[in-house]
Design a protein around this ligand. Structure first.
Ligand code: MG
Length: 444
């Protein structure tokens, strides 16, 4: 009997056992077939779809990837609160036909080809859509391996994820009380804000309103009251709440770069854990000057889309915490590479984790946090009851630490029928205009 007849007779799986026993022509091809049959059978993507829901009034977009194995699917976060319908169209109209019929196994290959499938790339809409697909494939990989995703990333570097919580108030006493309550709940890190971003309530008259410039709903913000009020806030909280609590603050790019630099210098005395987003992405050229002027730890990046925005800041050691929004940069596959790059420069992570990240996205943040050495801190979010019902398996926070459940994949599911009961709000969700007293637009 000829060798190929033996192989045919035994079936492909049985042929693997004869490798090495049948020397001669065709051995390499036989080995290749045998390797392909080890482990799990090939898995194909059968459908990619966007699911929109707003259980707490926040526009969430999650991507569901279905496969050729009955009942096996994955979920990924594609939440872009200000443009959810556009992301959903990118998923349903473009990624679904692109991915259908392709392998669900080769995540990196899928990411690279889907990324360039639009030729033009690195914008927030397409990156979020890509993240939904990417994270769903990691979820599927974990389910197939019967492991949480952090295990696929190398296992745990820590028992849980240390987080910071938000402590805001219109006056100093309100902020102090909020910090004390957070400390009692076990938090070791608090982000303190005086009112909303830019402390608009401290600003004087918005002259543009009297002149009927812009719309009545536009709000006003002055630089001086915000800067003075923020220094006063740090002084008060450090004096009343002590040294044990770590204090964070988000400038939210509301003031000109030179004012941000001066503010950071003046906050040095109060030992902030980090100051977040001192300038807009358009102004990253100012980070060298900022670094030369102050040793205040800097966190940056939630508005970043493009590798050119973070590679220089990390490699030149101009920031201390990289704070990208993981769905905004294209998913977990990108974030884990950023984490590896950042480890080379001892830049730590502080992934963006507000309410407009879906529970699947929060889980992706946390799984990566568990697995990387250079984890810094994670923004915590308290999920509403409705959100937890729509997304069974949400990460939970206890004593200031975030825990993922140990289910395979990201451990977060979606109840699609319940999700459909929370449609997106009628308002499209624009970022509301903020203006200087003369009406000039403030860039967030
Ligand atoms: Mg921020």
């Amino acid at each position: 009997m000829k060798r190929r007849d033996i192989l045919r007779g035994m079936g492909v799986a049985g042929a693997g056992g004869l490798i090495g026993l049948l020397p001669g022509e065709g051995d390499l091809a036989a080995q290749s077939v045998a390797k392909a049959t080890k482990g799990l059978p090939p898995l194909t993507i059968t459908k990619v779809k966007a699911i929109l829901t707003a259980p707490k009034g926040i526009r969430l977009c999650v991507v569901k990837v279905e496969t050729s194995e009955a009942g096996l699917y994955g979920l990924g976060c594609a939440t872009f609160n200000q443009r959810p319908l556009t992301v959903a169209a990118a998923v349903d109209e473009y990624l679904d036909p692109f991915a259908r019929g392709r392998s669900a196994d080769n995540i990196e290959d899928m990411w690279q080809n889907a990324y360039t499938s639009s030729y033009w790339r690195n914008g927030p809409v397409l990156n979020n859509a890509l993240s939904g697909l990417d994270q769903a494939l990691w979820d599927i990989k974990g389910k197939r391996a019967n492991m949480p995703v952090y295990q696929l990333l190398g296992g745990k570097c820590r028992f849980a994820v240390d987080t910071y919580t938000h402590c805001s108030g219109r006056d100093l006493k309100e902020i102090e009380d909020s910090v004390r309550r957070a400390m009692e709940r076990g938090f070791r890190h608090c982000r303190i804000q005086r009112g909303g971003y830019g402390s608009q309530h401290l600003s004087g008259q918005a002259h543009f309103k009297a002149a009927q410039f812009g719309r009545a709903s536009d709000s006003g913000m002055e630089i001086g009251p915000y800067v003075r009020g923020t220094i006063e806030m740090f002084e008060h909280i450090r004096n009343t709440c002590g040294e044990k609590i770590e204090l964070l603050h988000d400038i939210h790019e509301r003031i000109p770069p030179i004012d941000a630099i001066n503010l950071c210098k003046q906050l040095e005395a109060y030992r902030p854990f980090f100051i977040e987003d001192p300038v807009s992405p358009e102004d990253i050229g100012y980070f060298k000057m900022l670094r030369q002027q102050t040793s205040v730890p800097i966190a940056m990046g939630e508005l970043f889309n493009n590798p050119h925005e973070w590679t220089g800041l990390i490699c030149e050691r101009l920031i201390d915490f990289i704070r990208v929004h993981i769905s905004q940069i294209g998913g977990l596959s990108v974030a884990r590479k950023i984490a590896t790059l950042a480890e080379c420069f001892n830049v730590r992570s502080a992934w963006h984790g507000p309410g407009d990240v879906s529970p699947v996205g929060h889980a992706a943040n946390a799984h990566l946090d568990l697995a990387i050495w250079n984890f810094g801190i994670q923004e915590a979010h308290n999920f509403s009851q409705q959100t937890q019902e729509v997304f069974p398996g949400c990460p939970r926070v206890e004593n200031g630490y975030m825990f993922v459940n140990e289910a395979p994949g990201f451990g977060v599911d979606i109840d699609e029928k319940l999700a459909a009961k929370y449609p997106l709000p009628e308002h499209p969700g624009y970022w509301r205009p903020v203006r200087r007293p003369d009406g000039t637009a403030v860039r967030p």
